[in-house]
Design a protein around this ligand. Structure first.
Ligand SMILES: Nc1ncnc2c1ncn2[C@@H]1O[C@H](COP(=O)(O)OP(=O)(O)OP(=O)(O)O)[C@@H](O)[C@H]1O
Length: 253
């Protein structure tokens, strides 16, 4: 589905070049949920921007279903940490926005928006403005909006980074519930090791300088992922493995 093939990306610095990504290769299968975790500056966002078509790699290539990514496209929905909702539009209008741009006629637009508003549990707030919503609700609205245009891929960059710990756990559960009902291929970036393991089929661990993949951990735990599972020894073992891959990286001189 997604192929990242020996991708490299560097940025010009004063007298030098900074290697943000070096020789990164990864295959993501259809409807797979992959999380990417790693320390600050390891190139997670750069990789996401390449998949979103906002940056071009200067080595290798990134492909979706065999076609090289050359720019943003309706096959990929992007959800960032900042809520990126239009503050003057209601939840419903925000969710309908992409459908309107795509020329979806009104009755269908309304129906599709309502479906995803219900799916993320915002039915009672469909006509509220973003300022009336909590951070978690705003992010659920952003997820509904990304889903509404029916992309086959969701690219999520630290989407729950700005909410409190308890809301974050609820959002994780809710996202998995949405994903189990409407399967998509998901690439999800996070700093949070627990979050990475809880959500994923596979956790990709990256390291910095140069930005690269150091380990890929299969999360062989059943869905639905529950609170009980989060407290289980199997979960703890995987979490510890990912934690040491992230935090015990050899420092680079
Ligand atoms: N447009 C740019 N110009 C110059 N350097 C850049 C640019 N974009 C990213 N970088 C550098 O590339 C490195 C990787 O950045 P990136 O944002 O991809 O890392 P990250 O893993 O997402 O970090 P964080 O977790 O802190 O968001 C950083 O050191 C950053 O300073």
């Amino acid at each position: 589905m997604i192929t990242i093939d020996r991708v490299g990306k560097s940025f010009a610095m004063k007298n030098d070049r900074f290697v943000a990504l070096e020789n990164v290769s990864l295959e993501v299968a259809e409807n797979e949920f992959v999380t990417i975790v790693g320390p600050s500056g390891c190139g997670k966002t750069t990789l996401m921007n390449i998949l979103a078509g906002l940056e071009t790699p200067d080595a290798g290539q990134a492909l979706v279903r065999g076609a090289r990514i050359t720019g943003p496209g309706p096959d990929r929905g992007v959800i960032f940490q900042q809520y990126a909702l239009f503050p003057w539009l209601t939840v419903r209008k925000n969710v309908e926005f992409g459908l309107r741009t795509a020329g979806v006629p009104n009755p269908e637009r309304r129906e599709r928006a309502q479906h995803f508003i219900d799916l993320v549990g915002l039915h009672d707030f469909a006509d509220a403005l973003p300022r009336m919503l909590s951070g978690g609700m705003k992010q659920r609205c952003a997820i509904a909006r990304a889903y509404a245009v029916n992309p086959s891929i969701l690219l999520m960059d630290e989407p729950f980074g700005a909410v409190d710990a308890l809301t974050r756990v609820r959002l994780q559960e809710q996202l998995l519930q949405t994903w189990s009902q409407e399967k998509r291929t998901v690439v999800f970036i996070t700093h949070d090791v627990d979050e990475a393991v809880f959500l994923a089929n596979r956790v990709v661990v990256m390291a910095a300088r140069p930005g690269r993949i150091v380990e890929i951990v299969d999360v062989d735990l059943p869905y639905p992922r529950t609170e009980e599972l989060r407290l289980s020894p199997d979960f703890t073992a995987l979490r510890n493995r990912v934690w040491s891959a992230v935090y015990h990286q050899e420092p680079v001189a």
